[in-house]
Design a binder for this molecule. Structure first.
Ligand code: FAD
Length: 362
């Protein structure tokens, strides 16, 4: 896999070694359309353990599912940072104390490395396996395995799209003096609330830690992510959304819980859970969660990312040209694009108003 100038990995074929078996194409998730399926059940849900709920990004559902699999002697795959926080890798965990490294959303693309092969060998050995990732990663895993394993629980999450790992590396370099690495990073720090989450990074020697923290999109990296400038090109036409990942369970944030199920609202987070298969439903029966029955219509009112890909913003090409030139900081690029977008939004608003007035007068 080789990184392109935007910082995303793409497969590169060594023509000397390739035997033209076309196996890679026969399991490529981008080349295999899947028809979408509707979930069997939709729930608002949260982990009853307050501490776990606060440390998780949404409803702490992943931790509850993973705990159950580990309790049965299984293996859990998810995305964990390397100790220097420069890159994110899919990693297998076999002990409860290692689970926190997988918990929480990390807003950059995770490297799969050898995790599909590792999952396959655990499955062949008869161990229960939970594999959690983006919808496209889960679709790719299922195609790679080429058969259904009864001991695999495939879990994806509703996905806005994944930002470039190179942009993250560069931003980290801007935040910290050279040679210093973070002690912790949270993209969804809930101390300011679940809905008004913060990006928080701590660094520095023990006892003299420094914290950098900004609410939601006031952080430049988060603003670029939430406004879609740094996503992988394929995320603008995701082929695995809306029930096409072949997962057993799908996790998400239950945005809009205050209107859909006000009695279930919680400042520490509420998850959205779609049960996509019989296996997922049977597995859930053994997991302790607080739940509230819901429906897809209610749940998606404020979460279009379940079905819809993000639109590529006009300034994306410019952002990556600036990025490749290395002349501007991430902070400066975000400032320029934010100003430009603010103006464009203002003129679009004026245009809509004028159009309405014209219609009324005519
Ligand atoms: C890039 C990204 C975009 C998202 N966009 C949306 C959205 O638009 N709407 C929505 O409702 N939810 C979105 N989510 C999902 C949401 O943030 C929560 O992860 C999800 O609701 C599960 O929360 P939890 O509290 O149950 O578990 P958590 O403790 O948050 O666990 C999440 C699981 O996801 C894995 N994971 C974390 N980061 C990555 C990554 N970069 N790549 C692959 N796996 C990863 C973790 O290892 C863990 O297995 C997104 C997540 C990510 C990573």
């Amino acid at each position: 896999m080789q990184e392109d100038r935007e910082g995303f990995l793409y497969p590169s074929v060594d023509e000397q070694s390739c035997v033209d078996c076309a196996l890679c194409e026969s399991v490529c998730p981008a080349l295999h359309p899947v028809t979408s399926s509707l979930p069997l059940e939709v729930l608002a849900a949260r982990n009853p353990d307050r501490e776990v709920l606060r440390k998780s990004s949404s409803g702490g559902l992943f931790a509850a599912l993973a705990g159950q699999v580990l309790g049965r002697g299984g293996v859990v795959f998810g995305a964990a940072f390397r100790p220097d926080f420069l890159s994110l890798h899919h990693t297998a965990v076999e002990a409860e104390e290692d689970l926190p490294a997988l918990m929480g959303s990390k807003y950059l693309q995770s490297r799969m490395d050898g995790s599909f092969l590792a999952a396959k060998s655990f499955l062949e050995a008869g161990r229960p396996v939970l594999f959690c990732g983006t919808s496209c990663q889960i679709k790719a895993l299922k195609l790679f395995l080429r058969k259904d394993y009864e001991n695999l629980l495939a879990v994806d999450f509703i996905c806005h799209g994944v930002p470039s790992p190179a942009v993250w590396r560069s931003y980290l370099g801007e935040l910290l003096p050279e040679g210093q690495k973070p002690r912790s990073v949270s993209f969804r720090d809930k101390r300011t609330g679940w809905a008004k989450f913060s990006f928080t990074l701590t660094a520095g020697a023990e006892g003299r830690e420094k914290e950098i923290s900004s609410v939601n999109d006031s952080d430049p990296y988060m603003w670029l992510f939430l406004n879609d400038y740094t996503l992988r090109p394929s995320c603008y036409a995701c082929p695995a959304k809306g029930g096409k990942s072949c997962s057993d369970l799908t996790l998400g944030d239950y945005w809009g819980i205050d209107t859909a199920h006000p009695e279930f609202e919680d400042r520490d987070g509420v998850g959205l859970l779609t049960v996509n298969s019989r296996k997922g439903k049977d597995f859930l029966a053994g997991v302790t969660l607080d739940t509230c029955p819901s429906s897809l219509d209610l749940a998606l009112q404020e979460n279009p990312a379940y079905r819809l890909s993000r639109r590529e913003p006009r300034g994306r090409g410019r952002f990556f040209r600036w990025f490749a030139s290395g002349k501007l900081s991430i902070g400066e690029m975000a400032r320029r694009l934010r100003r430009e977008k603010g103006l464009a939004d203002f003129f679009a608003y004026l245009g809509r108003k004028m159009h309405k007035i014209k219609r009324r007068l005519s």
